[in-house]
Structures are given as C-alpha cells and as structure tokens.
Design a protein around this ligand. Structure first.
Ligand code: C2E
Ligand code: MG
Ligand code: MG
Length: 553
C-alpha cells in the first residue's frame, strides 16, 4: 500500500496507524480480545457473530464463561504463569457462545505483566464439519500414532485405497486400540514408542503391499490386506504386548471390523470416498458415541453417508433443483449490477449450505458445479431481455480439479458470446491448497473474458496474503464483517483496510449481508462499490423478467 505524502493531522495519523495495526492483526485472526487481570473482557473486535455475540454482550463479562470447561482451565494457565512467560501459540480454544454450540478457534495469546497483567487473545476460526448422525464425543482422543514415521494420514488415503480396494481379494480392517491413549500417559516413553512403531510394522507386514496402513486419528488404524490374511492373530499379540509395557498391567482392548466396499450402485471411487469420509467421521466419534460395537457404529454411519450420497447424485443427475437469483447493486445509485445464482434444493427458502459442504467433502461438488453452470448458461441464453451478468458459485474444490476446468472451458468455448453475461464466484477459498494452480485456473476464465470474484473474503484463513497470488476482478467481503460494521468499531478498520488494499490492486469490492439503510450508507461512505443483501432484494426463484427498478439512494 503506497503511503500518501501526509497532510493528516496528528490525531488522524494516530487513527490511521491504529486502523493499520488492527488490520494487520486481523490478517490472521477473526476475533481479538483483551482481558483484564481478573479475566473480564475489556475490548473485543472482529467477527463476534461467529460466537453469537456482540461487543456490547461481551463487555465486562468473564470470558471464561464463554468457554467449555477444558478451554476455561487452559485460559487460567495464562493467568497463573509466572511473569507472563507462558504464551499460547496455535492452541485450540472452544467457545461455547450464546447458542451453547462449541465453535473452535486457533488461539494465540499472552499476558503482559507491564500492562497490568492484561491478557491478549487472537482467535482464528477453525471451520469444522458438524456430523449429522451420532453424537461426537466432546474430547476426541489425540492421535496416538501421529509420531510413527511414514504412516499414511487418513486424508492421503483415498487415492491409494481406491486402487487397492477395487481388487475383490482385498479388504480394509479398521482396528481400534481402546485404552491406548490412556496407556500412552502411563507407560515409559521409550517402551511406548517402540510398541507403537512395532505395532505399525507388524500391521504393515500383513498389508497387501507392505505399506498400506493408515492412522484414522485417535486410537484407530486401518490396514488394507488380502482377504485370507489373519489379522486377528496380530491383534491378539499386540494386546499381549500392551499389557507387558503397562505399569498397571491393565493393557488395552482391541476391536476390529472388516469393511466391505461392494455397496450397491456406487463406482469404486465413490465407494472409497464414502468409506474414507465415514471412517474420518467415525474416527472423531469417541467411544461414548452410543454404539453397541465398532461394527454397528461404523455401519450405521456408512449407511447414512451412502444414503445421502445417492440422494445428492440423483438431485444432480435429474437436475432436480431450482435456482434463486439475488441482485447485487451499485451502492452509489442502487442500480442493478448483476445477479448471484443460488441453488435451492427444496424449491423453497432453505439454505443449501449443509448439502453443498457435504458434497464438497465427498468430492461430489464438481459435478454439481458443472450442472449449475449448464443451467445458468441455458437460462441466460433463453432470456433476451437480460442486460446484466449472472454470477455462478464455484467451489474451490472444483477450480482445483483439472478435469472440471477442462470441461468448463469446453462449455464456455461453445458459448463465447456470453462472456460478459457470466461471472464466477470462488467459494470456500480457505480450501485452496495450491494458490498458484488456483490462480492459473482463474486466469484461464479471465482470459476468456469472464470476471471472477473471491467470495467470503476474510473468513478462515482467507487473508490478505491470498491477494498477492490470486488476480481477481471482485472481492466479496464476508457477511459476518458487514453485519457487525456498525456496532463493532474495529470491524470498520478491517473493512477500510480491505477496501484500501483492493483499491490499490484495482479490485472492486462487494459487501454481502447488507440488511439496513444505515449499513448501506456506511459502506458507500467508505468506498465499497457494490452491495448485496435483503435491503436490496432477497434471493428469488427464477430469473426476474425485468431489471429491478432502481431503489432511491
Ligand atoms: P454465498 O455464496 O456467500 O451466498 C450468500 C448467502 O447469503 C446466500 O445463502 C444468501 O441467501 C445469503 N444472504 C444474502 N443476503 C443476505 C442478507 O442480507 N442476510 C443474510 N443473513 N443472508 C443473506 P444461501 O443461498 O443459503 O447459500 C449459502 C452458501 O451455499 C453460499 O454462500 C455458497 O457458498 C453455497 N452455494 C449456494 N449456491 C451454490 C451453488 O450453486 N454452487 C456452489 N458451489 N455453492 C453454492
Ligand atoms: Mg457466493
Ligand atoms: Mg458469501
């Protein structure tokens, strides 16, 4: 950001610096909190809506009351540490908030003795997937096998597994070492490390290729092996060894279940995805999740996953969804600029969010995104009176998929005349693992003349840094900031910093969730270019017959 030669007053200068520092702090945080030595909230800023709070709600309350018991105890360690030596960096904090539903954050914090022992916390939201089926235990077991070298983590398991498991002579055994987490705290560290690596070695020796053993978090591992291989024999031996290294002589309990792939109507790749998704959900569910046995619990979850996958696939294949359109207006004159297309699965008002994230987790979103693109292209072609563009949401998963981009490119090449009538919003951008590759995909769209918008800017890890790599036409400032901009003084600094940065980079800004006049006026005064929200129009099924008449400013 180039600095202007200053004609600012000293007070403006201080304000400007403060805004800048707060903006820097927000590049890695969603919420900032300052507590006095008694743990009372003195200052809070940012996306407090994430925890169902406002600045006023939190002021002068005890922050520990917002946390679950474990996090509250952790917070106390900051207050108890001598001379503020104890710092937090990257720990997980669970805020129960107003709804009593835990929201997880990565937290950094420290106590400053020279500032009256105040504690400073910076919270970055950790998006979590809420399971729909059985209850997940509050405290998942730590991954006891995490330090064993070269063990395949479960998210790297899909590709390897799909290849191996498509052979009908192989199967996957899921093994649970109940009590291993507790044993890891009792046993001698060297003996334990030896036991863990020895365990993995023994299982590897039984696997199809000498390496297909995966940790599924907690106390669970998976092994892909020949159907004839006797895994029970190894697990009995391991239970015996665990007892030998246990000072209490208690040992662990082994449970095992074989997982079948031959589920009706699914291709191998889908079956494996369902399996990995289910096992990962299952890995998060603790022993208290209320299942009779490992087998029952797993099967109940797998059935649920398969049912939902089939339902989603049928929706996409039959194009059995509707499309709602919501206007995005120019904030200066309130004239319609373009529409955003939002899918509706139930024909009504319900948010598609849960189903969309499920499809993203199961790698099914690309086929949906493509189907949506086809529908929008048809709708735009069919409407001669349409004078403005329609924005289609594309999941970050999709633009990172080479096959998807190739198919989309063919579709767009066949409809080149529509380039000014379509634009693309990239959602879930915190899921972008390779920014350079994503930028290449974005530039391919822009070279064809389509404009691209980065959606939900400011959420999760989507920070300012992204804009160093991704060249886009629009940034859509996430609704959680827009909604709090009037009540939370620091949200204003954040918003101004985004606009300033985008101005410098030649990117236009859109604010979503504009629900009232005051917010709209504020945004305009702060040079946000476009607005979307209930104030200007709700999403409505079907492309409106005519442009909206301009709303008076
Ligand atoms: P998004 O792309 O950020 O879409 C904006 C969401 O904000 C929409 O929710 C919209 O109904 C809602 N909204 C708009 N104005 C306001 C307002 O003033 N106040 C409030 N409280 N909400 C407002 P919706 O339709 O439930 O969609 C949720 C998310 O699902 C979308 O967020 C997007 O990430 C995803 N999604 C929706 N349609 C599609 C699609 O066709 N493809 C993909 N990949 N994702 C989609
Ligand atoms: Mg969007
Ligand atoms: Mg959004």
């Amino acid at each position: 950001m180039a600095e202007q030669p200053t004609r600012e007053s000293p007070l403006d200068r201080i304000r400007h610096d403060r805004d800048r520092f707060v903006a820097f702090a927000f590049t890695d945080a969603d919420i900032l909190i300052e507590l006095d030595a008694a743990g009372t909230v003195l200052f809070s800023a940012g996306a407090l809506a994430l925890i169902g709070q406002t600045v006023d709600d939190l002021a002068d309350t005890s922050f520990a009351d917002q946390l679950d018991a474990e996090s509250a105890a952790e917070l106390q360690t900051l207050f108890d540490s001598p001379n503020g030596q104890h710092r937090w960096h990257g720990e997980t904090l669970r805020v129960t908030g107003a709804q009593g539903k835990p929201v997880s954050f990565r937290v950094s914090g420290y106590r400053l003795p020279e500032m009256d022992n105040h504690v400073f916390l910076s919270l970055a939201h950790l998006p979590i997937q809420e399971p729909t089926a059985p209850v997940v235990s509050e405290e998942p077991k730590s991954d006891v096998f995490a330090d064993v070298p070269d063990l395949i983590p479960s998210d790297g398991f899909t590709a390897a597994a799909s290849e191996k498991l498509s052979d009908p002579n192989t199967e996957l055994s899921l093994i649970e070492f109940t009590g291993l987490d507790a044993l890891s705290r009792r046993a001698d560290a060297d003996e334990l490390a030896q036991f863990l690596s020895g365990t993995i070695e023994k299982l590897r020796a039984k696997s199809v290729d000498g390496k297909s053993v995966t940790t599924f978090g907690g106390e669970r591992v998976g092994v892909i092996h020949d159907r004839d291989t006797d895994i029970a024999e190894v697990s009995d031996a391991l239970a015996e060894q665990a007892r030998a290294i246990d000072p209490d002589g208690q040992g662990i309990t082994m449970a095992r279940t074989e997982i079948e792939l031959d589920k009706s109507g699914l291709s191998d790749a889908d079956a494996v995805r369902a399996l990995v998704y289910t096992i990962n959900r299952f890995a998060k569910a603790g022993p208290d999740a209320g299942f009779g046995s490992l087998q029952d619990g797993y099967e109940a979850m797998l059935e649920d996953t398969l049912g939902r996958m089939e339902a989603f696939r049928a929706l996409v294949e039959n194009s059995n969804f509707e499309i709602a359109y919501q206007p995005i207006v120019n904030l200066a004159d309130r004239r319609l600029h373009h529409y955003e297309a939002l899918v509706r699965f139930d024909g009504g008002d319900q948010s598609p969010y849960d189903l969309i994230t499920f499809a993203e987790d199961l790698d099914m979103i690309t086929s949906f995104d493509l189907s949506m693109c086809e529908r929008i292209i048809d709708a735009v072609k069919a409407d001669d009176s349409l004078r403005v563009a329609v924005a289609v949401n594309l999941s970050a998963n999709s633009i990172q998929n080479a096959q998807f981009m190739k198919t989309l490119d063919q579709l767009l090449a066949a409809n080149q005349q529509l380039s000014r009538k379509l634009l693309f919003e990239i959602t879930e951008s915190y899921e972008i693992s390779d920014l350079n590759a994503a930028n290449k995909a974005i530039q391919a769209l822009r070279q064809r003349g389509y404009r691209v918008c980065l959606d939900d800017f400011g959420v999760g890890a989507t920070n300012f840094d992204y804009l160093r790599v991704l060249q886009v036409d629009y940034v859509k400032i996430d609704g959680s900031y827009v909604r709090s901009v009037l009540n939370e003084p620091q949200a204003k600094s954040f918003l101004k910093a985004i606009v300033h940065l985008c101005d410098d980079l030649g990117i236009q800004t859109i604010a979503e969730f504009v629900e009232d006049e005051e917010t709209a006026r504020f945004l305009r005064a702060n040079r946000v270019r476009f607005g979307q929200g209930f104030l200007f129009g709700r999403p409505e099924i079907g492309l409106p017959a005519r442009e909206l008449s301009p709303v008076p400013a």
